[in-house]
Design a protein around this ligand. Structure first.
Ligand code: ADP
Ligand code: GLC
Length: 492
């Protein structure tokens, strides 16, 4: 085996400390998978105000207390605390950056009280990026690679190549930047750039200047040594299709040889009906009927009549345009005429909250809605549903369709991004789900109807269920690919 790498994995969310979506799951499971291959991957993330130190076993590190750095001419004080992420036979060191100046309030990107984005998100993540670099010497552990994720970490590669370029401890550290979602760019007014202390050359088209704004994401893409995205298909879509490229097609095409698409893996010690502690009835491949006990219990909880023969469709999602809720909105009247039950768990934009509350009232006998973020309910829905709906407009990878497969919950998805790379049409050999191509309500409805028809044929349906359950989307293959990327970047 190649010699392992020291990698600092920098991320704005990590399960179980902080989570709004799939980035948190990946930030938990990928470092552990890499460690089991002989690397030393450590994670660093902000310690947001809501984190409970006792429950999450977060401890002080004496020599990393009461540190300070300069941010925009002010002293920013912080400490680094320690915790560990554990799997069955794996673990990863977790560093949490605590700062009363920037991460005291409850909320990740939005203030939990006001439900609005923090007005100083530019400075919160500028501080985060700078602190991550400045602690390295004090840490006395030097990474070969800093692995950045999404716009919140985008300034790190540029810092290393500009203001720290003459620092002998830092200037040979390489950077990898993973795009989990190109549409979230961290674009701020030009005045935000002045706070960074970087030279003006960074505020150009070849740096972070993006349609007249300063973009953290574009900065990351231009300065990172290598770039990856979370599926092969998405890595092509964002370069070749304007709708997906979000104005960054040219940058991405310019860096084509440095971009690699690596499909996310999933952690089967967490998302697996055989061991899942959050579901009422655990089941194996041989015990699929137990799945129906989960369905019965979930429907009873929402006072919806249980019938094994009427399919339950589950949705678990951030409620944002990306996830195809405008399509769902359009098909609801037609869908509710079918023999079907629907459960939706999500939180996000107010317009979708309103829509969901409205349909919940109107169709209460066959439709349940839970607005909020609820990890336990997410697991229960995966285990209880017969089908899982994900009609995304775009999807860099998507984890829920892979979770669904393992739970024997057949995915109905749009043929895009990571959904294309994981779901195969049910009519094809090794088929595992239902796909539709065009972002169109009629096409979505057609795909659902095909699923409803096949559901009636128990033999065929069970075959489809079992095909999905037998698949392996663990990190085995993908973690090796990240190692290849680290090797390329550090030419070790
Ligand atoms: P994205 O990262 O775009 O939101 P993914 O499919 O990659 O999409 O990952 C979503 C993750 O977030 C999954 O673990 C899913 O279960 C979880 N999730 C999304 N919304 C909720 C919610 N309202 N409550 C609990 N978990 C949620
Ligand atoms: C993003 C994407 C999602 C992906 C996740 C983890 O949130 O929207 O498709 O699975 O990141 O990489």
């Amino acid at each position: 085996m190649a010699k392992g790498f020291n990698v600092l994995f920098v991320t704005s969310e990590v399960f179980p400390y902080s989570k709004t979506g799939g980035l948190a799951d990946v930030s938990n499971s990928l470092p552990q998978a890499l460690n089991s291959l002989g690397n030393d991957v450590r994670i660093i993330s902000p310690k947001y105000g809501q984190l409970d130190e006792r429950r999450l076993q977060i401890h002080e590190i004496k020599r990393l207390k009461e540190l300070k750095i300069d941010v925009n001419g002010k002293d920013a004080k912080f400490s680094i605390k320690s915790s560990f992420i554990h799997g069955k036979n794996t673990k990863a060191q977790m560093y949490l950056l605590e700062s009363n100046d920037y991460f005291k309030n409850k909320g990740i990107y939005q203030n939990s009280k006001t439900k609005k984005d923090f007005s100083n998100n530019d400075e919160r993540y500028l501080f985060f990026c700078k602190a991550v670099i400045e602690i390295l010497e004090i840490l006395q552990w030097k990474p070969d690679v800093i692995h950045c994720n999404d716009w919140q970490t985008g300034l790190i590669p540029a810092f290393i190549k500009t203001i720290y370029k003459n620092n002998p401890y830092l200037n040979d550290i390489k950077t990898v930047f993973t795009i989990h979602n190109l549409a979230y760019q961290g674009n701020f007014p030009k005045t935000s750039f002045e706070k960074t202390g970087m030279p003006d050359s960074v505020l150009t088209e070849k740096g972070g200047l993006h349609f007249g704004q300063f973009s953290y994401l574009k900065t990351g893409l231009n300065y990172a040594d290598k770039i990856s995205t979370v599926s092969q298909k998405y890595s092509e879509e964002i370069r070749t299709n304007k709708e997906y490229g979000c104005g960054l097609e040219d940058v991405l095409n310019g860096r084509k040889k440095d971009i690699m698409g690596i499909l996310n893996g999933i952690d089967y010690s967490i998302w697996n009906p055989t061991v899942d502690k959050l579901i009422p009835y655990r089941y194996t491949y041989q015990e699929v009927p137990l799945k129906y006990e989960n369905k019965r219990e979930l429907l009873e909880k929402y006072k919806i009549e249980y019938d094994e023969d009427i399919p339950l469709i589950g949705v678990i999602s951030r409620l944002v345009d990306q996830k195809g809720f405008d399509l769902i909105e359009k098909i609801i009247p037609q869908l509710m005429k079918e023999d079907v039950k629907l459960i939706i768990l999500g939180i996000g934009e107010e317009k979708y909250h309103k829509f969901l509350k409205k349909i919940e009232k109107k169709y209460s006998s066959k439709l349940a809605v839970h607005i909020g973020f609820d990890e336990e309910l997410a697991h229960h829905i995966e285990a209880a549903s017969d089908m899982f709906l994900m009609p995304s407009k775009y999807e860099p990878c998507g984890l829920n369709q892979m979770y669904s497969l393992k739970y024997g919950t057949v995915p109905i998805v749009r043929n895009t991004g990571g959904l294309s790379d994981t779901i195969i049409d049910y009519r094809k050999p090794k088929g595992n789900g239902f796909l539709f191509d065009k972002y169109d309500p009629n096409d979505l409805m057609k795909a659902i109807k095909s699923a409803l028809v096949l559901f009636k044929d128990k033999n065929k349906w069970n075959k489809l269920v079992r095909e999905g359950m037998s698949l392996d989307f663990s990190w085995k293959v993908s973690a090796q690919k990240y190692m290849k990327l680290y090797k390329e970047v550090s030419s070790k």
